[in-house]
Write a protein that binds this ligand. Structure first.
Ligand code: ZN
Length: 308
């Protein structure tokens, strides 16, 4: 059995695989409590794995946010969550605890590998990914290979491209990052402010979620429209930035909001209007199993690891 652990900011997703079949044998989600560090989440993940394993593990795959050195199996930089991850030797932990090999990846990179190998972007060798969540995650693949760069940060910092050099402060320490305007944390904050307008459908959404705002928008609420249309402008900017930087044939959109086909269409239309696409417009794809794309990517990397 191969096992993938996706350490997300709010949930840890753990799944078991047989051979190269990307349909998991089992799939469990546990709360992350990422503000309390990654060690406590690793300990709880171990218990889940022990409950499911029937014998020796073939391989383990781990994905985390932040900058990951996949060769050394270390997290080299992480922002605002799992802050103790920098001190952990994941390979030694895996060997000691499970006695098997380990592959490790940044979560957006793994999601892109998963979508290209088994998901919505099969057949494309030049591809970028934009994940819309609490933050805005990105990844890029050129000629069938993940773009990594000297320090493993190429492709993954699209949420921190500067869109306003005199704008808001970002959690990363910079000023005017795209994520400071378009992460769900920011959008929910704006929508809470809109609750003052008692005529808005947003006022009745409790608890307020991104899905709820999208629903209000689809039902014609103009306050929801104002919030989401601004956010969509930033998502489209993220896609255009990634297209200009990495020249893909395919743009994969992922994350809860992209379940709304109106939002995906809107992003695509803005990208068309932005121009500088002399050869045409990349194909837009929407990840179908957003909860599994990271794990599917880890499965692909585990299969490649076994072959090497
Ligand atoms: Zn930033």
């Amino acid at each position: 059995m191969k096992i993938a652990i996706d350490f997300g900011g709010t949930a840890v997703k753990i799944s078991g695989y047989k051979g190269e079949d990307f349909n998991p044998l089992w799939f469990e989600t546990i709360p992350a409590h990422s503000e309390q560090g990654i060690r406590q989440a690793m300990e709880r993940a171990e218990q889940v794995i022990d409950a499911h394993r029937t014998g020796q593990l073939e391989c383990l795959g781990i994905a985390t946010p932040g900058i990951v050195d996949s060769k050394a199996c270390r997290v080299t930089c992480i922002n605002n969550k799992y802050e103790d991850a920098l001190d952990i030797d994941f390979r030694a932990w895996c060997k000691e605890r499970f006695g098997c090999g380990l592959v490790m990846s940044n979560d957006a990179n793994a999601a892109l590998v998963g979508e290209v190998a088994y998901g919505c972007a099969q057949g494309f060798e030049n591809c970028v990914l934009v994940i819309i969540g609490t933050g805005v995650g990105t990844a890029a693949m050129m000629d069938g290979k993940l773009v990594r760069g000297k320090h493993n940060q190429a492709g993954i910092l699209g949420g921190h491209f500067i869109v306003n050099p005199f704008g808001r402060g970002c959690t990363c320490g910079a000023v005017g990052c795209l994520e400071a305007y378009a992460g769900s944390r920011e959008i929910l904050y704006q929508a809470e402010a809109e609750r003052d307008h008692v005529t808005s459908a947003i006022y009745r959404e409790r608890p307020l979620t991104m899905k709820g705002i999208a629903r209000c928008w689809e039902n014609g609420d103009r306050y929801a429209a104002r919030i989401l249309e601004t956010a969509i402008g930033y998502y489209a900017a993220a896609a255009v930035n990634m297209i200009r930087a990495y020249d893909p044939e395919c743009v994969v959109l992922s994350g809860g909001l992209t379940n709304s086909r109106f939002i995906v269409q809107e992003i695509e239309q803005i990208v068309r209007r932005q121009g500088w696409l002399p050869w045409g417009v990349p194909v837009f794809r929407h990840a179908e199993r957003t909860d599994l794309s990271v794990s599917m990517g880890l499965l692909k990397e585990m299969c490649d690891y076994e072959r090497d």
